[in-house]
Design a protein around this ligand. Sequence first.
Ligand SMILES: CC(C)(COP(=O)(O)OP(=O)(O)OC[C@H]1O[C@@H](n2cnc3c(N)ncnc32)[C@H](O)[C@@H]1OP(=O)(O)O)[C@@H](O)C(=O)NCCC(=O)NCCS
Length: 173
Amino acid sequence: MTGDRFLSEPRRPLQLISGMAAEDALGPVMQVMQTAFDPMYGEAWNHSQTRSMLAIPLTHTIIAEMPLTTDASASGDPVGFSMSRRVGDEEELLLIAVIPRWRHSGAGSSLLTQVIDNAVDAGVRRILLEMRSNNPASRLYHKFGFRQIGLRKNYYKGLDSQFYDALTLELIL
Ligand SMILES: CC(C)(COP(=O)(O)OP(=O)(O)OC[C@H]1O[C@@H](n2cnc3c(N)ncnc32)[C@H](O)[C@@H]1OP(=O)(O)O)[C@@H](O)C(=O)NCCC(=O)NCCS
């Protein structure tokens, strides 16, 4: 499964930590959240929203950390995370993010591969997500086989007062 889905190797193998306790995940998730999202679209969650979502037992997080064998001062620093909500045999990918200086080196693909592998192991039949239509992340999702199943016109509003459509994507496992 992982071999089929994994598209590009990260420059150094990241540590992927699944199922971290909510109170331990909050710090790393917020650290990534602060730099990963373009403020133009207001898509980053605040501390309170994130803490509430992490506390729900149906929420699953994966934290990507710097490998312990590299620069000792940076070892264990969070590089990215995913957050999803699993209900029965469906999973919704709520957020996936990688800090800017680690982008385009496979970290996002590693996280998404792990999301999919964990979902398969849990008996999930499909993964859903909703994204702003002009988010370049769509290329990542399409590479993994997600396809569009819905469109919500003018669902997001940017700081530029422009409205952006939301796309619903699905991956059948
Ligand atoms: C989406 C995101 C997690 C991808 O992380 P990443 O570590 O750069 O992903 P990868 O290096 O594995 O890239 C995988 C593919 O995604 C595509 N891609 C991802 N981000 C892209 C971007 N900003 N521009 C263009 N293509 C992008 C590319 O096709 C890339 O494949 P390639 O390198 O072979 O061309 C990262 O860009 C991010 O954190 N974005 C901001 C947060 C966000 O919008 N998240 C998604 C909505 S919740």
